[in-house]
Write a protein that binds this ligand. Structure first.
Ligand SMILES: Cc1cc2nc3c(=O)[nH]c(=O)nc-3n(C[C@H](O)[C@H](O)[C@H](O)COP(=O)(O)O)c2cc1C
Length: 325
C-alpha cells in the first residue's frame, strides 16, 4: 500500500468551506454551464459567473478584444442577460451540474446592488456573491466610482444586511492603495476581497490611426499583469484579516502557489481559460502534484508562507527572503 497521501486542499472563506482554492474568474467562464462538457465543474472550488446587473446589458460596441504581447485587452462592458433571465435560466442549469456557484453582481449605484441582493440573497444552494466594484469598461458605476473607501464601506454594510451568504468584494488595481479599499470592505462586513480585476490599458492600431478597441482603453489581463496583481494581492493580505482571493495572470499551478504564498487564501483562473478551456481543472490537478513535490501535506501549510519573510524589517530593508536571493 502506498504511504503517499494527496495534499489536503480544503479552503474556508467566511462560512463557506470549499474542497479546494481554485475558482473561475468572473467573465472568463461564461455562466459556467458553457464549460460543462470540458471541465468537471463540481470538482472546482467554485464557479464565479459573469457579472449580472439588474437590467440586461448589450455591453460596449465592437471591437472589444485585442491581443497584447503577454495577455489580452478587453472592453466588454458588462454584457449580460440581466437579473430575471439569469435567475430563470442560468442558475438552475448550474445547480444541476453540482457546481458551487458564486454570483458576481455589478451596479452603477448602491441601490442597484441592493436590488440584486434583495432578489438573490435568499436563493438556496448559492456559495456566495462577489461584488464587482472594479469594472474598468463602463462609463457609470465602474472602478473609479467604487474606488472611494467610505462609499465601499457604506455599500458593504447595506449589502451585509441582505444575505447570509458569503460576500466577496472585488477590487480594482488602479488605485492609490488596494489595502485601503480592502480595509473599507472588511469594516463594512465583507467576508473576503478579491485582488484584483484587470488593469486599465491601451493598444493602438498604427495603420488605422485609432485605438484597437472601440473605446480608448480596456482592461489588461493574462500573464502581463501577474507581477502587478501579485503585489496588490500581497498588499491586501497584509492590510486585512479576512481572506484575500488572488486574481491576475494565473495560468498554472505554480502561479497559483505564488499568490497563495504571499497571502491569498484562494485564487481565480481567468484569461487562461480562453487559451486552454480546461485550465481551471488543470491548475487544480497540478496543484496537488506541486504540493506533493514540495512535501506539503496541506494547503494551509503553504498559505502565507512568504508573508513573514516579506515583511519589511525595522530598518526598512527587506527581510530574509529578499536578502537571501
Ligand atoms: C473578457 C473578460 C471579461 C471579464 N468580465 C468580467 C466581469 O464581468 N466581471 C468581473 O468581475 N471581472 C471580469 N473580468 C476580469 C476577470 O475576472 C479577472 O479578474 C481578470 O481578467 C484578471 O485575471 P486573469 O489575468 O487571470 O484573466 C473579465 C476579464 C476578461 C478577460
Amino acid at each position: 500500500m502506498s504511504a503517499t497521501r494527496t495534499p489536503r486542499l480544503t479552503t474556508r472563506i467566511g462560512s463557506l468551506v470549499l474542497s479546494n482554492p481554485i475558482l473561475t474568474a468572473s467573465g472568463t467562464f461564461g455562466y459556467g454551464d458553457e464549460y460543462a462538457h470540458v471541465v468537471e465543474l463540481s470538482a472546482l472550488g467554485a464557479v464565479i459567473t459573469k457579472t449580472v446587473t439588474v437590467e440586461p446589458r448589450a455591453g460596449n460596441a465592437p471591437t472589444r478584444i485585442a491581443e497584447t504581447p503577454a495577455g489580452m485587452l478587453n472592453s466588454i462592458g458588462l454584457e449580460n442577460v440581466g437579473l430575471a433571465r439569469y435567475r430563470a435560466e442560468k442558475l438552475p442549469k448550474l445547480r444541476k451540474l453540482g457546481a458551487h456557484v458564486i454570483v458576481s453582481v455589478g451596479g452603477e449605484t448602491t441601490n442597484e446592488l441592493v436590488r440584486l441582493l434583495e432578489a438573490l440573497g435568499d436563493e438556496r444552494d448559492l456559495a456566495g456573491f462577489e461584488i464587482n466594484f472594479s469594472c474598468p469598461n463602463v462609463s457609470r458605476g465602474g472602478a473609479r466610482y467604487w474606488a472611494v473607501p467610505r462609499r465601499l464601506e457604506r455599500t458593504m454594510k447595506r449589502l451585509r444586511g441582505l444575505t447570509r451568504h458569503v460576500l466577496i468584494a472585488k477590487l480594482s488595481p488602479d488605485v492609490t492603495s488596494v489595502g485601503d479599499l480592502a480595509i473599507a470592505c472588511e469594516q463594512g462586513g465583507a467576508d473576503a476581497v478579491t485582488a484584483v480585476n484587470t488593469f486599465v490599458g491601451m493598444a493602438v492600431d498604427l495603420d488605422q490611426r485609432r485605438s484597437k478597441l472601440n473605446r480608448a482603453t480596456g482592461g489588461v489581463s493574462g500573464p502581463a499583469i501577474k507581477p502587478l496583481a501579485l503585489a496588490r494581492c500581497h498588499e491586501a493580505a497584509r492590510a486585512v484579516r479576512i481572506p484575500v482571493i488572488g486574481s491576475g495572470g494565473i495560468m498554472n499551478a505554480r502561479d497559483a502557489l505564488e499568490f497563495i504564498a504571499v497571502g491569498a487564501t484562494a485564487v481565480q483562473v481567468g484569461t487562461a481559460s480562453f487559451v486552454r478551456p480546461r485550465a481551471a481543472q488543470e491548475v487544480l490537478e497540478d496543484l496537488r502534484s506541486q504540493l506533493t513535490l514540495r512535501g506539503i501535506k496541506s494547503i494551509d501549510e503553504w498559505r502565507g508562507c512568504l508573508m513573514d519573510a516579506l515583511r519589511p524589517s525595522a530598518n526598512g530593508r527587506p527581510a530574509r527572503a529578499e536578502v537571501a536571493r
